[in-house]
Design a binder for this molecule. Sequence first.
Ligand code: ATR
Length: 276
Amino acid sequence: MTITARASLAGVIGWPVAHSRSPLLHGTWLERHGIDGAYVPLAIRPEDFATCVPALARMGFAGANVTIPHKEAAFALCDELAPSARRAGAVNTLVFSDGRIVGSNTDGAGFMANLRAHGVDPAAGPALVLGAGGAARAIGAALLDAGVVVHFCNRTGERAARLAAQIGGGVIGWDDRAAALGDHALVINTTSLGMAGHPPLTLDLARAPAGLAVADIVYVPLETPLLAAARARGLRTVEGLGMLLHQAVPGFAAWFGVTPMVDEALYRAVAGDLLA
Ligand code: ATR
């Protein structure tokens, strides 16, 4: 689509950024809604982040997404932080508004929206969060804020204990993860295990209750070995790509003024690119 001199501008800041699917995702929505706007990749080095972000605001950008490795730097740089960002300790969405840089974190809400889109009620019972990194923190906080009982389970136990002390929830030992499934309605892999090029997550589903929902935030491959094993057992599964799509909605709405839909066509467009 062509743009005019009045186009609204946004983008994704990362280093590197070439792997990001966000330009395709937002570009699909811009096209769908016939919006005079552009969403571009912004390859910014860590040492340049603090000078480039205010410059983007002064250049008239409406805002930007922030991805690896800048999410904590964005947190430190914002003039204003939404509660979601404070809870997550990281920022993935910037809105430039009246000379101020406003940061939020949409990962937790994106995860919850994806759960609901799959017909999984997060309030059905306790959730077991595997991992204790940034993604575990954003997702754990969103679940806790929705009133869900959360247990963190991480290879490095102290990290899970530190996270639980900061945001709430309990801790389960890494070696007890399979035995603990029976006490949970939802298990979520937030580690890098199962991602292409990484070892799979070993989780024996033999003792999983029939009502257990299994979610993964890894989306390369689209179906991780964990999700394939869960599906083979007839368990409900929630794949990671949906979270990526849903976490993008609030930024697009803020920058371009339209709340876009996450639907099958969008999923196919991004999944098709991942498989290409
Ligand atoms: P992010 O911020 O994206 O969540 P991270 O902070 O690097 O990334 O966290 C990665 C998570 O994957 C951690 O929970 C990590 O466990 P440790 O805290 O013990 O390092 C987990 N992880 C990575 N490789 C793992 C492996 N081989 N076995 C178990 N957990 C692993």
